[in-house]
Design a protein around this ligand. Structure first.
Ligand SMILES: [Zn+2]
Length: 215
């Protein structure tokens, strides 16, 4: 079992079809403050015009030992060449190969579940290493330095108030798909606000909890 993939490796191992689907997807960093070792990107695909909710595609760098507040000082470290772990809240990640490959090959972010069933029908060539959202993230990050990546996660005050409303439909669908009781879904989504959204997403498993080095 390999446990050393970089985003560049995972992008290269991923087949052509999801890469084609990833075109036109807009992404931006979803700033969070309680855990600065995770980087969730809000991704919204151009082809999902009939289903306008986006998804959260997260990456972490378990081997980067420099405290993240100091990464600003390391402009030559390229995150695309560091070992990475990934997770996406979307259905394709769960069912089309990425959940399986990431579980089996050790690049799934710990605490986001596991998948032991090989999706032989939906991923017949075994190349579904990343969903289209993570492909889009990879395309961006492999060309960045860490200071550039961190800049994508600065809180933009004009956007701040809309994070909760932006993520609510995504959270609803995610909880429904993961088998959460309907009353609880309604209560959880109803409680989302501009102050607690990070904590609610964290508790719901949409934001990854990992804060560990190595492992
Ligand atoms: Zn995805």
């Amino acid at each position: 079992m390999s446990d050393q993939f970089t985003l560049r490796d995972l992008f290269d191992k991923t087949g052509a079809a999801p890469k084609e689907k990833a075109r036109g997807t807009d992404i931006f960093g979803f700033p969070n403050r309680s855990n600065q070792r995770r980087f969730p990107y809000y991704c919204i695909s151009g082809e999902e015009y009939s289903d306008p909710k986006g998804h959260l595609a997260s990456i972490t760098f378990p081997n980067v030992q420099i405290p993240f507040e100091k990464l600003w000082q390391y402009p030559k470290i390229n995150p695309g060449n560091r070992r990475v772990r990934v997770f996406c809240s979307c259905e394709a990640f769960q069912y089309w190969g990425a959940a399986y490959h990431s579980t089996q090959e050790g690049y799934r972010i710990p605490g986001t579940g596991s998948e032991g069933r090989s999706p032989d029908i939906r991923d017949p060539n075994g190349t579904g290493y990343l969903c289209k959202h993570l492909i889009r993230v990879a395309r961006r990050v492999v060309h960045q330095t860490f200071p550039q990546l961190l800049k994508d996660f600065e809180i933009i005050s004009s956007v701040k108030k809309s994070y909760a409303s932006l993520i609510e439909p995504t959270l609803y669908e995610f909880l429904e798909r993961t088998g959460v009781d309907q009353n609880k879904i309604v209560n959880t989504c109803g409680s989302l606000n501009e102050h607690n959204w990070e904590q609610v997403l964290d508790t719901s498993g949409m934001l990854v909890k990992t804060d560990s080095l190595g492992g």
